[in-house]
Design a protein around this ligand. Structure first.
Ligand SMILES: O=C(O)CCC(=O)C(=O)O
Length: 280
């Protein structure tokens, strides 16, 4: 399917799935490296989460472990971030000069709890930096979830509400009395796909962590793409907007450390423009 068709799917339903973005012969290596890095950094990531929880914020889902700015530790997936099918789709929305705004890894351990309905930054109303609802009906950010292991109802394939991207609110902050953000939604469905596939969705789409009922970890890589004109500074430690809007307010945000210079220098040439704004 070409970019125009895929774009139509996102406009209508809020999402689409691209198959085999990571080739089968690279999958095991990438997946093993990601999982090893998550385990190596687990204590630090949990401590970071506990600090935010200590300030009274809800963050994380029991049984789900994650690691921010994974590209600083693992680069074996980097060549695929500029996959032409994917970038053609991103550019069909944003034009040239799109930028990556998130490269986090998330692992649903067997038996993890279900999460709450939310939209991603900058629409998540629980974030210190967000576009206040009701937000405009425009695509300002695209989220992707890379399926490093198969996604299904059994394994904890992400829960989504098709079509919810057109609603000017989302239930994350518990401010939609008609929707219980913890409960199943009547039209929800799981995202399904083979390992190596990529879910692409309008960041406004309501989604939630699903329970992994299988006996193996479900591993996903969260990569988000932003147009050049979307201000990402509130999400990066050290930038003045992050200091003012998150640190000084004691808020919670979607946030990460800068990219290490030596990591950036070794990225494939076609991937560097996607990360250039973030180098320390
Ligand atoms: O890993 C998933 O299935 C969902 C992750 C999620 O909720 C998010 O990216 O905001």
């Amino acid at each position: 399917m070409d970019a125009a068709n895929l774009k139509g799917h996102i406009e209508r339903d809020g999402f689409c799935v691209l198959d085999q973005v990571i080739p089968a012969d690279s999958l095991a290596t990438v997946c093993d490296e990601l999982w090893a890095a998550v385990k190596r950094n687990r204590q630090d990531s949990e401590a970071e989460k506990a600090k935010t929880q200590g300030r009274g914020h809800r963050i994380g889902t029991p049984g789900v472990v994650s690691m921010k700015q994974m590209i600083n530790e693992v680069q074996s997936f980097a060549p695929y971030l500029a996959d032409r099918r994917l970038l053609d789709l991103i550019e069909s929305f944003f034009g040239a000069w799109a930028r990556i705004s998130c490269t986090d890894c998330v692992v649903n351990l067997p038996g993890n709890e279900r999460g709450y309905w939310h939209a991603d930054w900058p629409y998540n109303q629980t974030n210190a930096s967000h576009i206040p609802a009701p937000y405009p009906d425009a695509v300002l950010h695209l989220s992707t979830i890379w399926m490093m292991t198969p996604f299904s109802a059994e394994t904890g394939g992400t829960l989504i509400v098709p079509g919810s991207h057109r609603w000017p609110h989302n239930p994350a902050a518990g401010t939609m009395p008609e929707v219980d953000h913890e409960a199943p939604y009547p039209t929800e469905r799981h995202v399904e796909g083979g390992a190596g596939s990529v879910l692409v969705y309008d960041s406004r789409l309501w989604h939630a962590v699903a329970a992994n009922k299988s006996s193996a970890p479900r591993i996903g890589l969260l990569v988000r793409y932003a147009p050049w004109w979307l201000n990402l500074n509130p999400t990066l430690f050290g930038r003045p907007e992050h200091q003012a809007m998150v640190v000084e307010t004691g808020g919670k945000n979607y946030e990460m450390m800068p990219l290490k210079r030596e990591v950036f220098d070794k990225l494939p040439q076609e991937v560097q423009p996607l990360y250039r704004h973030w180098v320390e």
